[in-house]
Design a protein around this ligand. Structure first.
Ligand code: EPZ
Length: 421
């Protein structure tokens, strides 16, 4: 298992290219199952999660060609010959559940393993199933698999989500494009990844209105055709790298970054004393004079503060002036980076979904362990500003969601190297 070694100190200066969004690509790829014509995605990120979704689609009989060093994916599922998504692939990546809705909508049957939990929580899929049942699906849970049938095809219906779920909104949105009649999704997720999916489906011939709001209406069509679609910029990678100069000083421009992708996050940066300027090339970020100020953060569904940037923000606030309170409202166990930051000298008290962070002068480098995707990158950011050397182990978590992080940060002056394990 690879590790990453970071030496603290030194400002960051330069430009960081932001890749296509992992969480958009992971729902755009299963959309190919809705049509027997090719779907091409450009600006695709080069990540291990994309490789996992590629393997899953291929196991179903879809063809997936990766071109231009992985930035272009050409997919075709005219040969769909297997409707079972096996546990050994699904357990590696929860987003695998997103093949359920498209397969069911297209061929009227699908068998998909339940994904199981993960480090940050139980992460049930009950809302996905409830949404598909509202479209007439007959679902049975057996031996750890969802056995789904819709012999006469799915029918449009009303889906009322009791809480906002990105994945459940995506599964139902995709399934509804081929359902007979009109579907209304109430309390839909509003994330940019949902908007991007709707735009791609519309390119394929789907009739969708309201994406980006809490109510999405879909008029089912007979068939969807092929399309080419650019994956939207990754707002979580963007937010992560926007924080880098806040940790160690300097100025960094995140190429392709747009304020509308990180609105609530930018408000918090401003409060903390970090300046963000929108330029034609992207977002330029610098720490205003002096120390970062403590701020309070509560994670919420978009357009609120993203849960996927909570760990990175906590790492920054460990050396802020004052005490910050972070509330994690989306997942039940998403503070696993706290004990690792405490090993680096942070002063953090966790009580359930609330973390109190009392700013210290400076963190000290230490051997730490990545526990999940976003926690791992927060430890690297902390290591860049800490005194001495930090070794982050188990960076396979990192590679799931961040392209070549040591190259992108190293190009701006970070003293960072990957040690092959
Ligand atoms: C997506 O996960 C993202 N993953 C997550 O990013 C992100 O943190 C999350 O949305 C919230 O923004 C992908 O898009 C692949 P949810 P998802 O359904 O869809 C509960 C990362 O780091 N829930 O919006 O699984 C759930 O337990 C990852 O890139 C149910 O109770 O998230 C959670 O508490 C981590 N029943 C809340 O809803 C369900 O059927 C929000 O989950 C579904 C979800």
């Amino acid at each position: 298992m690879d590790s990453i070694i970071v030496k603290g100190g030194g400002e960051l200066r330069g430009e960081i290219p932001i890749a296509g969004a992992k969480n958009a690509c992971l729902t755009l790829m299963p959309a190919t199952l809705l049509s027997d014509e090719p779907l091409t995605l450009t600006n695709a990120p080069r990540l291990s999660d994309i490789a996992t979704m590629t393997a899953l689609l291929r196991s179903l009989g879809a063809e997936v060609s990766s071109l231009q060093d992985g930035q272009v994916l050409v997919m075709s599922s005219h040969n769909l010959n297997n409707h079972t998504a096996d546990y050994d692939i699904v357990r590696k990546m929860r987003a695998s559940i997103l093949v359920l809705g498209p397969m069911l909508a297209r061929d009227g049957h699908a068998v998909v393993s339940l994904p199981g939990g993960c480090a940050i929580g139980a992460r049930p899929v009950d809302l996905h199933l409830r949404g598909l049942e509202a479209l007439g699906a007959d679902l049975e849970l057996r031996d750890g698999y969802v056995h789904a049938k819709a012999p006469g095809g799915l029918k449009g219906g009303t889906v009322d989500f009791p809480l906002v779920s990105v994945g459940a909104t995506e599964n139902v949105l995709m399934a509804a494009t081929l359902a007979k009649g009109t579907t209304t999704i109430n309390n839909a997720a509003r994330e940019p990844e949902i908007v991007d999916l709707a735009r791609c489906l519309r390119r394929m011939g789907a009739q969708i209105e309201g994406e980006g709001t809490s109510t999405i209406t879909i008029q089912g069509v007979e068939k969807l055709h092929g399309a080419t679609h650019p994956v939207v910029t990754d707002r979580i990678e963007l937010g992560t790298y926007m924080l880098a100069p806040a940790f160690c000083g300097g100025e960094v421009t995140c190429l392709g970054g747009r304020i509308d992708l990180v609105g609530a996050f930018c408000e918090k940066l401003d409060e903390a004393g970090i300046s963000v300027t929108e330029t034609p090339r992207g977002l330029t970020v610098a720490r205003k004079n002096g120390r970062i100020k403590a701020v309070n953060v509560t994670t919420e569904p978009f357009p609120g503060f993203p849960t996927d940037l909570q760990a990175q923000m906590m790492a920054l606030l460990c050396t802020a002036e004052g005490t910050s309170v972070l509330e994690e409202k989306i997942f039940e166990n998403r503070f696993m980076h706290a004990p690792e930051l405490i090993r680096m000298g942070a002063d953090i008290e966790v009580h359930g979904g609330t973390a109190k962070v009392k700013g210290v002068e400076r963190l000290k480098g230490a051997p730490v362990m990545a526990t999940d995707l976003r926690a791992s990158v927060s430890l690297i950011l902390a290591g860049m500003a800490a005194e001495g050397e930090t070794m982050v182990s188990r960076v396979y978590h990192l590679d799931r969601g961040y392209e070549r992080v040591e190259e992108k940060l190293g190009a701006c002056g970070a003293r960072i190297e990957r040690v092959r394990g």
